[in-house]
Structures are given as structure tokens and as C-alpha cells.
Design a binder for this molecule. Structure first.
Ligand SMILES: Nc1ncnc2c1ncn2[C@@H]1O[C@H](COP(=O)(O)OP(=O)(O)OP(=O)(O)O)[C@@H](O)[C@H]1O
Length: 294
């Protein structure tokens, strides 16, 4: 990874000093656009997230933008985490050059296009998400915004890649943090209660994502953000028989240990990886790519 700081005025080629050739837009988030770019020097394609600094209106947004490349750089290589390759920082824009996951589909896009996932597919993706998160947590990085939109599946090999570390935080051994960060359906109750919290917030969110993959809708629902927060705080986890008829009791046991209000009883990523539902993941599983609708 190389970091370049391009201070000064905007220049040609979208502030990248001509190091990269800009191709087409591949995604759009709250803060900017994601574009496919080509690097003649490495001969590789990358995904470039470009953020217009003028569009950042508050300090929290500015902190998110500063954090993302730092946290990504802190993590050594892991197959289930999008890698950072380069950073170009100018007066007006910040461009984060990342490993390109292409062709890819986010869990969110796949839920919208085709509804629920099979149990074996969910378990297989769960294992990869947890392996990626266990790696983050070993380095003290808490993602804080695990949701279907931030989990990409590389369709060349069905590999899951966790992306968007913009809401993340670094916590030293045993440290906690505070502050309401996350997305309503997936946020952990201790975040909403204004408590100090640690890396287990990510495990709650993974549990909610997996529940949503199996059921097609999240476990805590409401018409407004306030209603969703109230449902999350109640934390009343149900498995409606109509929806969960075909889902194994092992999967439900696993979800109860992830979507657990008591953080001391909630699984860590390492504990989750040892659960039999995850240990058995991958047995007799179909290729995801066949299930995808483009
Ligand atoms: N490395 C990548 N490879 C391929 N596509 C990517 C990559 N990173 C992001 N994308 C695409 O761009 C979209 C937006 O990216 P990302 O979520 O990182 O942006 P953001 O501005 O931080 O979004 P948010 O609104 O969640 O804060 C993703 O949903 C995905 O479709």
C-alpha cells in the first residue's frame, strides 16, 4: 500500500496525479461515488471511493472520512475484508483506492432481487463474515455499521468482503467507547441506551443481518427510526413459525446467542466461529452465483 498526499488545487484526472485511469461508476454511498479505476503501473483495476470534502457538513462526517482509510490500513490482509491500496488527499477531495470486488453483489442487493437466502448459504456467508470480523477485533477495529449493504460477495469465488469502515473505531485491549453510530435495524441496544460499548456491537449486527437473510425481513421492525429503536431496545427475538418452519433449531440457537441483549452472554466472533452451525457451514452447499439474479 502506498499513500500519496496531494495537497493543493484540484488537478486533472480527478485528483489522482495521473496514476489511475478513471473507468465507470460502480456504486454510490452517503459521502461519495465509487468508481472502477485502472493503474497502468500495477496493471490492476481498483475501486476508488471519492469524497467531496465540501459535501461534509458536520464534524462527525469529517471524522468518519478521516477514520476509514486509517482503520483499513491498520488491518493486515484478510480475504474477507476489502483491502486499501492507496489514498490521495487533496484540499477538495479524498480518494480511497481499494481492492476491486468485481463482479460483486451486496447482501442487500441480493435480498432485494431474490428475497431470502437458503440456510446453508447463510451459514457459509456467516462463517466468512465472522472470520473477517474476528480479524478486525484482533486488531482492535470495531466496524460499528455491519449491515447487508456493507457486505459484498465476490461472484468469481463466492467470497464475502466486509467494506465501508467509515463508522469504525479503534479500541485498545478492554477499552470501550460511546456514541450513537450505526443503522437503525442493525444497531445494538447498548449503543442506543447511551452506554459504553465494545466490539460485541458488531456481533449483534451480524446476528440481525443473518436473521434478515433467513427471514427476508429484520427481527426488529417499525415504520419510523424511533419505532425501530424501541423494538431493538425491547429486544424481543421471535422466530415466527410461518417464516422459520424450514430453519434448523441449530440456526435459531446460534441467532439467540448473537442477538442477545446481555453483552456478557452474547458471543464474541471467536465463540461464534466455534458454534456447530458455523462449523458445519459449507457442507453440501450450492454455488451462490447460480442463485443470483442480475
Ligand atoms: N471495493 C469495492 N469493490 C466493488 N464495489 C464497491 C467497493 N466498495 C464499494 N463498492 C460499491 O459502492 C457502494 C458504496 O460504497 P460504500 O458503502 O463504501 O460508500 P459509502 O459512501 O461509505 O456508503 P454509506 O452510505 O453506507 O456510508 C457499495 O454499496 C458497493 O456497491
Amino acid at each position: 500500500m502506498t499513500y500519496s498526499q496531494t495537497l493543493g488545487h484540484n488537478n486533472n484526472n480527478k485528483n489522482n496525479n495521473g496514476k489511475y485511469q478513471i473507468c465507470e461508476e460502480i456504486g454510490r454511498g452517503r459521502f461519495g461515488t465509487v468508481t472502477r479505476v485502472y493503474s497502468p503501473s500495477t496493471g490492476d483495476f481498483y475501486a476508488c471511493k471519492t469524497i467531496e470534502k465540501s459535501s461534509l457538513t458536520d464534524d462527525l462526517d469529517r471524522a468518519c472520512i478521516d477514520n476509514e482509510p486509517k482503520l483499513m490500513a491498520l488491518l493486515s490482509f484478510h480475504p474477507n475484508i476489502v483491502q486499501i491500496h492507496d489514498l490521495v488527499d487533496t484540499d477538495s477531495t479524498l480518494s480511497i483506492y481499494m481492492e476491486l470486488v468485481d463482479p460483486s453483489v451486496s447482501i442487500y442487493d441480493r435480498l432485494v432481487s431474490s428475497g431470502t437466502f437458503s440456510e446453508s448459504q447463510t451459514a457459509s456467508f456467516a462463517k466468512q463474515i465472522l472470520q473477517g470480523l474476528a480479524h478486525c477485533h484482533r486488531y482492535g477495529v470495531v466496524h460499528r455499521d455491519i449491515k447487508p449493504e456493507n457486505i459484498l460477495v465476490d461472484l468469481r469465488n463466492d467470497t464475502v468482503k466486509i467494506c465501508d469502515f467509515g463508522s469504525g473505531v479503534w479500541l485498545g485491549e478492554g477499552e470501550t467507547t460511546e456514541g450513537v453510530v450505526g443503522t437503525p435495524y442493525y444497531v445494538a441496544p447498548e449503543v442506543l441506551m447511551g452506554c459504553e460499548y465494545g466490539e460485541k456491537v458488531d456481533l449483534w449486527s451480524v446476528g440481525v443481518v443473518l436473521y434478515t437473510m433467513l427471514a427476508g425481513s429484520p427481527p426488529f421492525y417499525g415504520e419510523t427510526a424511533e419505532e425501530i429503536f424501541e423494538a431493538v431496545l425491547r429486544g424481543n427475538l421471535r422466530f415466527p413459525p410461518k417464516v422459520f418452519r424450514g430453519v434448523s433449531s441449530m440456526a435459531k440457537d446460534f441467532l439467540r446467542k448473537m442477538i442477545c441483549k446481555d453483552t456478557s452472554r452474547r458471543f464474541s466472533a471467536e465463540q461464534a466461529l466455534r458454534h456447530p452451525w458455523i462449523q458445519r457451514a459449507g457442507e453440501g452447499e450450492e454455488r451462490f452465483i447460480k442463485e443470483c439474479v442480475f
